[in-house]
Design a binder for this molecule. Structure first.
Ligand SMILES: Cc1ncc(C[n+]2csc(CCOP(=O)(O)OP(=O)(O)O)c2C)c(N)n1
Ligand code: SF4
Ligand SMILES: [Mg+2]
Length: 320
């Protein structure tokens, strides 16, 4: 699928209330194109509520419920049960795709209990976490997804803890499909949504969403920052199904040796939220700690990839 092959119909409308360069708007646009019109949406309290709620100029051209902060998993479960009942009664010809759209605060922190319950029941809906790594709608407070050393309004010297990884927590739930996505790789994102649409049960997609005002970079750099995140290994692209993880797009190219892992400094220096790591003086210790975590992961993955290639090269003896 190439960009020019994306469906022309726009279910995300022009002139939204989002900031310039908002990653959430771009992600919604790609997701809606992949999922199509037979989709019912649930928006959890977040920046997306701002795009959705202004009456009569909502940017979302799909039937939508705007729901409370903690409720994504529970509401998704209820919506899918209701849709099944309507199909059984003959009121719906076909079951729509149920899409829950929540931020990282609504997923990593307050919403994780309901999401975990829904995943354990394998409730039939797609849950999207658009991860801008902070509570952006309320002015950039830290969340469980905020990376180590990042500035937020309540981590003014940089967050002291490492972020948790909800995509991996969803993998541990054994649900049928888990994927991560990036705005810099829209065809990869489109393919993952289109695949998720065809799978039944709980599907979890997490999109890294660089937020210009919260991360402090110019609004024209959203895609550039998203690409740097993948190129430096700060964000990894993969999908997990049938017990197997497959790395995709930019992350796959680094693991297979077709692209170089860039130094993480290039990503950190491009954003004001990491400025204190370089000014007034370089914070060697924290920069090295971030780089080491990334390098350790990629060294292991690159080694495993080489081993697999090597094993495939070994011919099995015809005498066996
Ligand atoms: C129980 C509850 N507490 C607080 C709020 C206020 N609130 C609305 S949006 C939001 C931040 C959401 O952060 P996130 O889920 O990361 O989405 P983002 O704003 O970053 O898009 C908060 C704290 C709320 N709506 N409900
Ligand atoms: S604060 Fe960030 S996520 Fe929220 S509308 Fe603005 S750019 Fe989008
Ligand atoms: Mg957020």
């Amino acid at each position: 699928m190439r960009l020019r092959d994306f469906p022309a119909e726009e279910l995300f409308l022009q002139g939204s209330a989002a900031c310039q360069g908002c990653p959430g708007s771009a992600a919604l646009r790609v997701a809606f194109k992949a999922l199509g019109r037979n989709t019912v949406l649930c928006v959890i309290a977040s920046c997306t509520s701002v795009l959705q709620s202004p009456y009569p100029v909502s940017a979302l051209n799909l039937p939508t419920l705007n729901m409370a902060f903690a409720t994504g998993g529970a509401v998704g479960s209820g919506m899918t049960a209701a849709a099944e009942r309507l199909v059984a009664r003959g009121e719906f010809e076909e079951k729509p795709t149920i899409l829950v759209w929540a931020g990282d605060g609504g997923t990593y922190d307050i919403g994780i209990q309901a999401l975990s319950g829904a995943a354990e029941r394998n409730a039939d809906f797609i849950y999207v976490c658009y991860n801008n790594e902070a509570y952006s709608n309320t002015g950039t407070q830290r969340s469980g997804a905020t990376p180590y050393a990042a500035w937020t309004t309540n981590t003014t010297k940089g967050k002291e803890e490492w972020r948790k990884d909800v995509a991996q927590i969803m993998v541990a739930h054994g649900i049928p499909y888990v994927a991560t996505a990036s705005l810099a790789y829209p065809t990869d994102m489109f393919r993952k949504f289109a695949k998720a649409r065809e799978i039944r049960g709980t599907r979890y997609i997490e999109i890294q969403a660089p937020c210009p005002p919260g991360w402090k970079f110019p609004s024209s750099h959203t895609v550039k920052i998203a690409r740097l995140a993948v190129q430096t290994g700060m964000w990894m692209l993969y999908e997990h199904e049938n017990g197997r993880t497959t790395y995709t797009a930019g992350t796959q190219r680094i693991i297979q040796g077709q692209a170089k892992l860039l130094p993480v400094e290039e990503y950190l220096q491009a954003q004001g939220r990491f400025r204190h790591l370089f000014h007034p003086e370089r914070d060697e210790e924290r920069i090295a700690a971030i780089q080491k975590r990334i390098s350790d992961v990629f060294e292991t993955l690159q080694f495993t990839h080489k081993m697999k290639e090597h094993l495939m090269d070994i011919e099995i003896s015809p005498r066996l």
